[in-house]
Ligand binder design. Structure first.
Ligand code: ATP
Ligand code: MG
Length: 458
């Protein structure tokens, strides 16, 4: 497929309606970016982006109910009652990325080619200009040779790579994502420019890095995220964006599988399903403590050191606080050592320690960790057995404070206590008691226990 070639496509009705609405009003309108790349590759795009010569005001006027939220002129048009949204962007030629984050100003472009010229990679800088919308007929606009690059398997920056990465350092990471996703080699000049500009990725905002990392981590098979992080390492980006992960290189492992702690980490990430990017992130961070605890010999306490480090990374990436804490907890608990000899009470205490809400993810993480360590599931005393026992306990055993058959108010009323730390301490102790013996979990028996403790003064 090259510049000017005819390309027939199956347009979704909403996209056709947007293109028709604009061209009927005398504007130029084209499909652009990722959707054209996907079409040229013979895939069905998941989002359809339209670019046009019409100003945002003219677009909004043309489509009642269109929303226009930002100063950069992307108008979201909803067509039909089911409200399929199509993003329409006015031709731009951006200038001045002073903070390497957002353009300082946006200049409307004169032409479609102007708009394509400001895009990151040739494969993302193609457009489809309709000729006969009803028939889905049109032609490819590909001034930078994205079509031929796709055929030769090359990811290449549009124009001068150094200037492109200087304008926006996020493109450094996007290059890695697109190259691994489509199995492309980096063009030599593009790769050299990435190496030169890698340090500038440190200036990217946490949010932008987070969004990009989560997209990388969502890489579906056959691309494993390990290939993404290996390429980042090779290009000098891993040490800038995730230095805590990069230092795992060379940290030795005593495992059935060959390789160092970084190889192990990436194998664990690969072993988690692609639709769980946050859990993959937890896997990426699960052994961070190993680089620091190596000095002490056996990675002693690496899960506690690791929890702290993982939380710091998650916070730097501006993950919502709840997610950061959750990742920290997964790291802290990932080393549990189950054996068949555990009593039911020990299983319940484990569940309480970890937190019932975390169990599924913790098992999924440990399964991946085991797979990446060459640890096979034993016939007895394995993960599946522990999971079964936990599921059985979830069927009705008291496991958490809210399951205890008496609450603080009742306890105070019955025992004539005032609010204070004593009440909390009693409730904690009652929970411990019912974890040991669920049969104690009735109000009467709990009151009896508490009365006994108070009488003994213990
Ligand atoms: P995906 O299928 O992953 O969404 P995409 O190519 O659609 O891939 P988006 O991030 O949705 O990627 O961006 C849409 C288009 O906008 C890109 O194809 C590219 O042309 C352009 N683009 C996005 N981000 C940048 C950037 N940082 N610098 C230059 N062009 C960009
Ligand atoms: Mg997209």
């Amino acid at each position: 497929m090259r510049d000017g070639d005819r390309l027939r496509i199956d347009l979704p009705a909403a996209v056709r309606a947007v293109l028709a609405g604009l061209t009927d009003a005398g504007h130029e309108a084209a499909l652009v970016g990722g959707c054209v790349r996907d079409l040229v590759r013979g895939e069905v795009p998941k989002d359809w982006d339209v670019t046009t010569s019409a100003t945002p005001e003219a677009v909004a006027e043309r489509f009642p109910g269109a929303t226009w939220q930002n100063p950069f002129g992307t108008v979201t048009v909803r067509i039909g009652s089911d409200g399929d949204a199509v993003e329409v962007t006015t031709y731009r030629s951006e200038t001045g990325y002073r903070d390497r984050r957002r353009p300082d100003s946006v200049a409307w472009g004169e032409s479609l080619t102007d708009d394509l010229a400001r895009r990151d990679f040739t494969i993302n800088a193609m457009a489809w200009l309709p000729a006969d919308l009803a028939a889905g007929d049109g032609r490819l606009v590909d001034p930078f040779g994205g079509g031929p690059d796709l055929v030769s398997g090359i990811l290449r920056a549009v124009g001068d790579p150094d200037s492109r990465f200087e304008e926006d350092a996020l493109r450094l990471l996007r290059a890695v994502r697109f190259a691994t996703r489509f199995g492309l080699h980096l063009d030599e000049a593009t790769a050299a420019a990435i190496r030169r500009h890698a340090p500038s990725a440190a200036m990217l905002s946490g949010e932008r890095v987070r969004d990009e990392l989560l997209r990388m981590l969502a890489a579906p098979p056959p691309v494993g995220p390990s290939s993404v992080f290996e390429l980042m390492e090779e290009l000098g980006l891993l040490a800038v964006v995730l230095p805590e992960v990069a230092v795992l290189r060379g940290v030795p492992q005593a495992k059935a599988m060959p390789g160092d702690a970084l190889d192990h980490t990436l194998a664990a990430v690969d072993a988690i399903p692609a639709d769980r990017p946050l859990l993959r992130l937890a896997a990426l961070l699960h052994d961070l403590g190993k680089a620091l605890t190596l000095a002490h010999g056996h990675f002693l306490g690496h899960e506690t050191v690791g929890e702290e480090l993982a939380r710091q990374v998650a916070e730097r990436l501006r993950l919502p606080r709840a997610e950061a804490l959750r990742i920290g907890r997964l790291v802290r608990h990932h080393m549990f050592a189950y054996a068949s000899a555990w009593t039911d009470a020990a299983v319940r205490r484990f569940m309480k320690r970890v937190g019932v809400d975390l169990l599924d993810d913790l098992f999924a993480l440990r399964l991946a960790d085991n797979a990446a360590s060459g640890v096979r599931e034993p016939r007895r005393g394995g993960l599946a057995e522990l999971r079964r026992r936990c599921t059985a306990a979830l069927g009705g055993d008291p496991l958490e404070a809210q399951h205890v058959a008496i609450d603080g108010h009742r306890l105070m009323a019955e025992l004539g206590l005032r609010p204070g730390p004593q009440v909390g301490a009693l409730l904690d102790r009652l929970l411990e008691a019912v974890l040991d013996d669920p049969a104690l979990n009735t109000e009467d028996r709990l009151l009896e226990l508490a009365r006994g403790w108070l009488a003994e003064g213990s």
